[in-house]
Design a protein around this ligand. Structure first.
Ligand code: ADP
Ligand code: MG
Length: 702
């Protein structure tokens, strides 16, 4: 564990610089909160013109404090922060919690930089500036101006919004979801989300990491630290940040919205992305109390047919389609229900179900090896008492002694059901006030398990890639003062990275074109080669299915004529002659350089699917083959690759390999490549591979 960060987040002593005797001032509130929260370490108010604050001795400077100081909470105006930082450095303080605002959030970027530079000179870390502070139940410490410690529990929250942190602090009591720490991360001038994830992953009092993120600073490090973490991470991402899509010269560029890429990055980080604030709490509740759901066998037990049906619908939506329980399970369950009940799945104990039936069926099911996740639903009835039902099922679960599979609960009813659910949550069982939420929570636990297996796959290196060849071509293009490569230049680089491109030759005369066509064998395709013509078909620069010599000559002339008409001063390198690839399923692979995450790769079906439906998916590169395979499955048009209406399934294996190789290429050349695409990539039947017929690379401006 990082010692300095530990000093900042679990300090043995705290100085409050800018402490005040005036109630209502932040410098007063913070001292009062530290005292009121029962903090056991040293508390040292600092103020040059006060003697005593709230019964504590006040020091003129942090340098006058006779004991060591781990953390300093800074509340003085921005213009004094630099001086105070230097004093803290001399004192040997480990970390600064800079509550003061008036830094980069109002354009004072230089002042913020100076603050961090000085802090680092002394080996200190900076939380903030512009933070609420930090709160920790396990340290009985409220070093913030939020009014009280959160409801005690085992999740920890890091929030980029101070206002939201204070609001969530209060919600922990109404939602009965417990947190150990709340950390306000503010402007993230130094300590960022990646630092917090890696520290909290080792914090013994945290077992679920909950993040409210507006924007990340170092996206790649965040992915790395999160992927390494062994605890669940759940994120609420707000806002769609400014993105380089505006200047997009390729398809991929125009499709790469920040949401797409953040969503992909979170998946690769192994983190669950929640949809809204309420969902963030729902996910946190499940992930902080329950283990992941390791397989798809979900059993639902209910006393009402209706909620059972609702829950079944939700299960499908949550990605855990339900199947009937095996006969042996059904036989046993029938013993705990009347003859008109149903033992299939959902298991309907009927409205006659009392404490014992719930207890016995839950105990049996939860212990049964077929069951990998259990959702227990209950509708209030005239003959039962919700609290007794809650206790019965809690007892049943405890008696099984099982802790490695998850259970979630929903009681549908009034005040008595709410009280019973509160009791369940306090006793470690996540309960939700609607059946679909209990099922959705189980879906979250299932997703967590799937993400865990995915992130352990290593990405594909490509040792046979010829980077020098690629560099050579790029150097030539740069020497030409160009940033866009022609199709044949792009294809040569693709080939150097082992990508399957169609055989393509450049011809500079009609005779030359004929010679190459005969060498390749008919039919062939002819296309214009000009760095000034990016979209070749638009310029009448593509002639396909050329069958003989006469047609080659005709096409050659036509292409040059069309190109000149399209753009009179276009720099024309010649015409490419290439193999005519047989037609099959058309897909697109592309890449863009994201300001937060660097090289990202995109996959989608080609043609109208990408133009109209924008049916594409992204990942931060590089990726493993398994990750690539999961991209193929997550587009809406995925069934097309599996073969619809009697068509043979497509070669997804080769396609995934190609995607992974492509991702390696853009990563290896990330200093150079800004955007690229392979459009189309034709995918054949299983075992017959894929072929790239068009290639485009745009370099970074230098
Ligand atoms: P651009 O995208 O610049 O207009 P392409 O090289 O993609 O040019 O060609 C346009 C279309 O022509 C492709 O989408 C594809 O349908 C077809 N095509 C191009 N090259 C080939 C080829 N070698 N084999 C088969 N079809 C091709
Ligand atoms: Mg194309």
């Amino acid at each position: 564990m990082d010692d300095v960060l530990t000093g900042l987040l679990k300090p043995k002593s705290i100085a409050v610089i800018g402490a005040s005797n005036t109630p209502g001032k932040i410098g007063h509130t913070v001292v009062k909160n530290i005292i009121d929260s029962g903090y056991k370490g040293g508390i040292y108010p600092v103020n040059p013109s006060a003697e005593e604050i709230l019964g504590l001795k006040v020091y003129k400077s942090v340098l006058d404090i006779p004991e060591p100081v781990d953390a300093a909470t800074i509340t003085v105006p921005a213009k004094y922060v630099i001086d105070v930082t230097k004093e803290c450095g001399k004192k040997g303080v480990k970390g600064l919690i800079v509550i003061t605002s008036g830094f980069s959030e109002v354009g004072e970027t230089e002042l913020e930089k100076e603050l961090v530079e000085i802090a680092h000179q002394y080996g200190m870390r900076v939380l903030g500036p512009n933070v609420v502070g930090t709160l920790s139940n396990s340290d009985s410490m409220n070093a913030s101006f939020a009014p009280f410690l959160p409801l005690n529990g085992s999740a920890s929250l890091v929030s980029q919004s101070g206002a939201l942190l204070i609001a969530m602090d209060a919600i922990t009591y109404t939602r009965r979801i417990g947190f150990d720490k709340l950390v306000s991360i503010g402007n993230m001038s130094d300590v960022n989300f990646a630092d917090m994830v890696s520290w909290l992953d080792e914090d013994e009092n945290t077992n679920c990491i909950t993040l409210y993120i507006e924007g990340l600073k170092d996206g790649r490090r965040f992915i790395e630290e999160s992927a390494k973490a062994s605890k669940p991470i759940v994120i609420l991402k707000a806002g769609v940040s400014e993105h380089g899509a505006a200047a997009a010269a390729s398809h991929t560029g125009s499709l790469a919205g920040a949401q797409h890429i953040y969503g992909a990055a979170f998946k690769q980080a192994g983190a669950i992305q929640s949809t809204d604030l309420s969902d963030l709490f729902d996910c946190t509740l499940a992930l902080s109390l329950e283990p992941p759901m390791k397989g798809d066998n979900l059993l639902i037990i209910t006393n009402g047919g209706g909620v059972g049906v609702l829950a079944t619908d939700s299960a499908e939506k949550a990605g855990i389609p339900m199947t009937f329980a095996p006969e042996s399970v059904q036989e046993e369950l029938k013993k705990h229900m009347p003859s008109f009940g149903s033992a299939k799945n959902p298991v309907d104990l009927t409205g006659m179900a009392g404490n014992d039936w719930y207890h016995d069926s839950v105990k049996f099911s939860f212990a049964h090896e077929w069951v990998e996740g259990l959702v227990i639903l209950y509708c209030e009835t005239a003959i039962t008492n919700p609290m007794e039902i809650a206790k019965a099922l809690h007892q049943a679960i405890k008696e099984t002694g099982i802790t490695d599979k998850p259970v979630t609960v929903s009681f549908v009813g009034g005040e008595r059901s709410n009280k019973a659910m509160q009791w369940l949550v306090e006793n470690g069982i996540p309960a939700y006030n609607a059946p679909d939420l209990a099922v959705k929570a189980m879906g979250t636990l299932r997703e967590y398990a799937s993400l865990e297996t995915m992130k352990s796959e290593p990405f594909q290196e490509n040792p046979s890639a010829d980077k020098n060849k690629a560099k050579e071509i790029i150097a030539k293009v740069r020497a030409d003062s160009r940033i866009s490569l022609t199709e044949i230049e792009s294809k040569t680089i693709f080939e150097a990275y082992g990508l399957p491109v169609v055989k393509t030759f450049l011809a500079t005369s009609e005779d030359h074109a004929v010679e190459k066509a005969e060498e390749i064998g008919y039919p062939v395709v002819l296309k214009i080669v000009s760095p000034d013509i990016l979209h070749k078909s638009d310029a009448g620069g593509v002639k396909v299915d050329i069958q003989d010599e006469a047609s080659v000559r005709e096409a050659y002339k036509a292409i040059l004529k069309n190109a000149k008409e399209y753009k009179a001063d276009a720099d024309i390198h010649g015409v490419v002659i290439q193999q005519m690839a047989p037609w099959a399923t058309e897909t697109i692979i592309g890449s863009v350089n994201d300001p937060t995450f660097g090289s990202t790769i995109m996959f989608g079906l080609g043609g109208i699917f990408v133009e109209v439906l924008k049916d594409v998916t992204f990942r931060v590169a590089p990726i493993s083959e398994a990750e690539a395979a999961s991209m193929l499955d997550e587009i809406r048009g995925a069934p097309i690759l599996d073969g619809v209406r009697g068509e043979a399934p497509r070669d997804k294996k080769e396609l995934a390999k190609t995607l992974a190789k492509y991702a390696f290429m853009i990563t290896d050349l990330s200093d150079e490549i800004s955007e690229s695409d392979a459009n189309p990539v034709i995918v054949y039947e299983e075992g017959k591979g894929v072929t790239i017929v068009d290639a485009r690379i745009i370099l970074k401006k230098k």
